[in-house]
Every structure is written in structure tokens, then in C-alpha cells.
Design a protein around this ligand. Structure first.
Ligand code: 5GP
Length: 210
């Protein structure tokens, strides 16, 4: 690891619902100390097993709108009829500490963040191996009704059309391979010259320049 100051980056992972990005993020977080996850605010009903403040902050539509008016969101979007938003305070605090933030958000949120924070942004689009595999995963997690699964499948083909807007694109064949791909991206992007803000003084010091 380099021993000089670095600017934190924003790593966005997007995919059609069910392509496996939540598992990728959770696995990555176990080994990456300098990576924090952004917990979104949503009006979607909690699924079985989900925990408020861990998976999402679950709020009413009124509360979401209050926060929106209060400018508390870095981006927000409606997805499958529910509202989702990224709290901006956590992101600015974490980046300010020189740590990275990973986001599990859709293409609408990615477009909004790219307009304001392009230099700090690294975006990854995750494709399922096939549409039938995507449907198997949506059904297999047993969290949504058949109607919700059908709606997510019908939106998946449109969501897939956004892949050219991302820096990196990968097919999620196995969790292990995808985690190692995303880790490789993270390592390379952290080494980008412009993110290593302590680099000039580090090299100048080595060269005896004040
Ligand atoms: P789910 O309801 O399955 O947890 O998420 C549905 C979709 O909403 C996923 O594609 C997820 O990436 C996206 N999403 C979750 N949180 C946010 C957010 O804060 N902003 C945006 N734009 N999309 C989000």
C-alpha cells in the first residue's frame, strides 16, 4: 500500500435486479478496510431478512420527500414504483477521510452522480450470464412475490441497455470471479495519478526538492 495521502473514490455497481451485485458488495466489504458502503434510503417495503439501517433506511413517502426537500440526497430515483436515494452526508464524510464508497444504485442514480462528481467516479455494470439465469436468481431468493419478479424481469431488458454508459462491464459467472474482478478495478483505480494527492510532495521529498 502506498504511504501517502489519497483522494477517496466512488465505486458504483449497477445491474438489473437479481444479477448478484449485493453479494459482490458484501463480500468485498469483508476484506476491504478502506471501503465503506453507502446505505440508501427507500420507500420500498422491507423484505424478509432485511434490517433497517443495514440493508436500507426504510422510510415513508412523506419522510423521503422531507429529506429530498432538505437536500439530503446526492441522487434519487424511482425504481419499480418505489423511491430510492443516496444520503450525501455519509459520502462526503467518507471521501473526506480518504476512504472509498461503494454504491449499489441503478443507471438513473449513476447518471446523476456523473454530472456532479465525474472525477471521483468509477462505474461498473454487471451482466447476468443469461436472462433465464437472472429469473432463476430472482425466484431463488424467495423474497419477492411472483408479480414483483415478473415486473423486474420485464424491466431487466431495458436496464440492460445502459451498459455502454459504464467504465467497466463484467458478466457475473461466479461470485468469486466477480469479487476478484471488482477488487482488481479498485486497486487499479486507487493508483490513478490524480487520486494520489500526496504523490508530488512524496516524490519531491525523495528528490530533495522542498
Ligand atoms: P432492490 O429493491 O432490489 O433492493 O433495488 C432495486 C434497484 O434499485 C436496484 O437496481 C438498486 O441498485 C437500485 N437502488 C438501490 N438504492 C438506490 C439508490 O439509492 N438510488 C438509486 N438510483 N437506485 C438505487
Amino acid at each position: 500500500m502506498n504511504d501517502f495521502e489519497r483522494r477517496g473514490l466512488m465505486l458504483i455497481l449497477s445491474s438489473p435486479s437479481g444479477a448478484g451485485k449485493t453479494s459482490i458488495v458484501n463480500t468485498l466489504l469483508k476484506t476491504e478496510q478502506k471501503l465503506k458502503t453507502s446505505i440508501s434510503v427507500t420507500t420500498r417495503p422491507k423484505r424478509p431478512g432485511e434490517v433497517d439501517g443495514v440493508d436500507y433506511y426504510f422510510v415513508s413517502v412523506d419522510e423521503f420527500e422531507r429529506r429530498l426537500e432538505n437536500n439530503e440526497f446526492l441522487e434519487h430515483a424511482e425504481v419499480f414504483g418505489n423511491l430510492y436515494g443516496t444520503p450525501n452526508q455519509f459520502v462526503s464524510d467518507t471521501l473526506g477521510n480518504g476512504e472509498d464508497v461503494v454504491f449499489d444504485i441503478d443507471w438513473q442514480g449513476t447518471q446523476q452522480i456523473s454530472q456532479t462528481s465525474r472525477d471521483d467516479l468509477v462505474t461498473v455494470f454487471i451482466l447476468p450470464p443469461s436472462l433465464s439465469e437472472l429469473e432463476n436468481r430472482l425466484r431463488g431468493r424467495n423474497q419477492d412475490t411472483a408479480e414483483v419478479v415478473a415486473r423486474r424481469m420485464s424491466e431487466a431488458t431495458y436496464e440492460l441497455s445502459h451498459w455502454p454508459e459504464y467504465n467497466y462491464v463484467m458478466v457475473n459467472h461466479t461470485l468469486e470471479e466477480s469479487v476478484s474482478n471488482v477488487r482488481a478495478i479498485l486497486i487499479a483505480e486507487r493508483l490513478r495519478r490524480r487520486r494520489q494527492i500526496g504523490l508530488a510532495s512524496f516524490v519531491n521529498h525523495m528528490r530533495g526538492i522542498k
